[in-house]
Design a protein around this ligand. Structure first.
Ligand code: PGA
Length: 256
């Protein structure tokens, strides 16, 4: 089962405690009507998930996910959040492998795959983030890096779970920098992701898979990214913090 395309994710990172999350949802509900032809998922800080859900009320079309989970099911891991707790709190999605986690917290491929397994075990749908640094891109290693990051996870999953993943291609040099990959560069990387998926799940399911782009997506550039073949949506950081900007992004691809 794949998510409805287009797919828009709001990665709030370490922004918006419970009150700010509530205020956002209140405003966003008025700006973005329920629509069955797209998936919209918010990734608030874990502490803000209950407030988000309360304010969401009957707007169950606004999905909620957790930004990170610990690789263990439970235990003595001060400060950490488990996948089953996130599910219990009402999350239905989970990010794994975000480049900020890889860089700041040492989430390497093995850890990322362990976290994806935990998310699946708890019944959460993983959004696996992959992407190259500028140095890797300039050294001609884009394909290698994407393949390594994808294989580390795909090789550990059963077939049906592979189809439950959403993949976010996020070039590290485009995250929070205001520098977006050109639509063509993004589409080329998406084609690499899909080719790797095809090797693992077959051509038909790879075509169905949801592969989204992240890195300085804004209302001004989302349309041209979405117009490229194989780009099924966006994972948005900075521009998802403003209800109006994110509502404009989520309207992309709609009939005018
Ligand atoms: P950005 O972040 O939109 O601020 O570049 C994207 C992300 O990190 O998912």
């Amino acid at each position: 089962m794949s998510a409805t395309r287009p797919y828009f994710g709001a990665n709030w990172k370490m922004h918006k405690g419970p009150s700010a999350a509530r205020a956002f949802v209140h405003a966003f509900r008025g700006l973005h009507p329920p629509s069955a032809d797209r998936t919209v998922v918010f990734f608030p800080p874990a502490l803000s998930i209950p407030a988000f859900l309360e304010e969401r009320g009957d707007r169950t079309d606004l999905g909620v996910g957790v930004q990170d989970v610990h690789q263990a099911a439970e235990g003595a891991h001060t400060g950490a959040v488990s996948a089953s707790m996130a599910a219990d709190a009402g999350a239905t999605w989970g990010l794994a492998g975000h480049s900020e986690r890889r860089r700041e917290f040492g989430d390497d491929d093995a850890l990322v795959s362990a976290k994806v397994l935990r998310l699946l075990e708890a019944g959460l749908r993983p959004v696996l983030c992959v992407g190259e640094t500028l140095e890797q891109r300039e050294a001609g290693r884009l394909e290698d890096v994407l393949r390594r990051q994808l294989r580390a996870v795909l090789d550990r999953l059963a077939d049906e779970d592979r189809s439950r993943l959403v993949i976010a291609y996020e070039p590290v040099w485009a995250i929070g920098t205001g520098r977006t990959a050109s639509p063509q560069d993004a589409a080329d990387a998406h084609a690499l992701v899909r080719a790797e998926l095809a090797e693992r799940v077959g051509e038909a399911r790879a075509t169905e898979a949801v592969v989204i782009y992240g890195g300085s997506v804004k209302p001004e550039n989302v349309q041209e990214l979405l117009a490229m073949p194989g780009i099924d949506g966006a994972l948005v950081g900075g521009a998802s913090l403003e209800p109006e900007a994110f509502a404009r992004i989520c309207a992309a691809g709609s009939p005018a």
